[in-house]
Design a binder for this molecule. Structure first.
Ligand code: AMP
Length: 433
């Protein structure tokens, strides 16, 4: 299948050639024809599948093809709602690339930056508005945003918008749109709230499901280190002695944790910057650019800030903390191994995070291979029924194969309570006295 066969117009084809996109990704192949035909769409897909172009390309084509298009001040012809600032900027960058030979106007509305320029953009009107819900609501409340002319609505990463507590903002925004419109809805996961939102917002949608959430995990080489919380930093510094980890995106649970980790890494002479919600938009963009250009080796991020990050050829993702929402693990490791490349995901699990690990392994339907042979093995708590764990671990290289086993003839549970039945000598995990 080619982009020509999808009946995209010459200016768009020319822009795609400039981007070196030679053929559509599966979601683009399936989404572009129904969207061009005016249908509602429900796409179950995550970032990395090419979903942004799957909605932007047909929208650009539809909007640019309209004769007698509504002009005039304050008119907004399509609205893309997205959970994070980074994602909004990314979509805007993509729009500029794909629409470079067309004369469409866009604007981005997001928090963390002064409002004045956004007021002016809204005053002028635009073809495509890309917005995060919070700031858009603010501007609507102040009477700056008029959504009455929106013909096409995109809800991007709707599940994440729900996770971030945007449901009421989303509903209030949608209530201001014309009932007669085209709606494109994307979500990486399908919890019941999403299904009911889809039912209430879409009319006879075309449904497309690309790579169910668990399959991302199959492309990526994953390893796990059980390690006590205070030893996480020394372990990370130890692992980073390996020069094959040229750069890595590191996830922490909290903003403070991210800052603390950056300080620790910097002290160990490992270049690192943090990206999280307390940083100004400019600081976040600068940290991202430094990382992309190789000025910093480590980018330390919280989940919310990392959501929109698209870094080509990111080889390593490190989970300094395991997330409490299992889908988040898949989103995180999905930052690597994009566009068919393989990637490496390293996770640290402290005692308190073992329940999270169990949830993650249930979701991805696999046990993450454990590296037992490292300088900072976890000490177990007295109360743990499965406190003693025997592992045989061989690591052929930092990226090499990992095998795991239990003490010969025993059948014990590992730290995560998993059955271990294979044979081999092992390391005994000390009980904390
Ligand atoms: P997305 O899933 O929209 O975040 O896209 C993931 C990455 O794939 C982005 O860096 C896009 O620029 C890139 N991409 C999207 N569509 C194509 C395509 N047809 N060919 C090559 N790369 C693409």
């Amino acid at each position: 299948m080619t982009f020509e066969q999808l009946k995209l117009s010459p200016p768009i084809l020319k822009a795609l050639a400039k981007e070196n996109y030679t053929q559509p990704t599966p979601i683009q192949e399936q989404a572009i024809p129904p969207v061009l035909a005016g249908r509602d769409l429900f796409g179950c897909a995550q970032t990395g599948t090419g979903k942004t172009a799957a909605f932007l390309l047909p929208i650009i084509q539809l909007l640019s093809a309209q004769q007698g298009r509504p002009s005039g001040k304050r008119v907004i012809r399509s609205l893309i709602l997205t959970p994070t600032r980074e994602l909004a900027i990314q979509i805007s960058d993509n729009f500029r690339s794909y629409g470079r030979f067309l004369n469409l106007r866009s604007a981005v509305i997001l928090g963390g930056v002064p409002q004045k320029a956004q007021e002016q953009a809204l005053e002028q009107g635009m073809d495509i508005l890309i917005a995060t819900p919070g700031r858009l609501i603010d501007l609507m409340n102040q009477g700056f945003a008029d959504l009455r002319h929106v013909q096409i609505l995109v809800l991007d990463e709707a599940d994440r918008m729900l996770d971030m507590g945007f449901i009421h903002d989303m509903r209030r925004i949608i209530a201001k749109l014309p009932a007669k419109r085209q709606t494109l809805f994307f979500s990486a996961t399908m919890p019941p709230e999403i299904t009911s939102l889809v039912d209430s917002l879409l009319t006879n949608p075309m449904k497309i499901e690309i790579t169910p959430v668990s399959s991302t995990a199959e492309r990526i080489k994953q390893t796990l280190y059980f390690v006590d919380k205070p030893n996480k930093l020394p372990l990370l510094i130890d692992l980073l002695q390996d020069p094959s980890i040229e750069s890595a995106l590191v996830f922490t649970r909290t903003k403070h944790g991210a800052d603390r980790l950056v300080r620790g890494l910097t002290k160990a002479k490992i270049t690192a910057q943090a990206i999280h919600g307390d940083k100004s938009q400019n600081a976040r963009q600068a940290a991202l650019n430094n990382f992309k250009q190789g000025v910093t080796r480590m980018l330390v991020a919280t989940d919310i800030a990392a959501r929109g990050i698209d870094i080509e050829e990111l080889s390593h993702v490190i989970n300094y903390n395991l997330p409490n929402i299992p889908e988040t693990y898949v989103h995180r490791i999905g930052r690597t191994g994009r566009a068919g490349l393989s990637g490496i995901a390293i996770s640290f699990c402290e005692y308190e995070e073992i329940p999270y690990l169990k949830d993650i392994e249930k979701l991805i339907k696999q046990n993450i291979p454990v590296i037992g042979d490292h300088p900072y093995p976890m000490t177990m708590k007295e109360s743990t029924p499965t406190a003693v764990r025997e592992t045989k671990t061989s690591v052929t290289s930092s990226e090499g194969s990992v095998t795991r086993g239990a003490r010969k003839g025993t059948n014990r549970n590992d730290a995560a309570g998993r059955k271990e039945t294979s044979e081999g000598p092992g390391r005994r995990w000390k009980r904390r006295s």
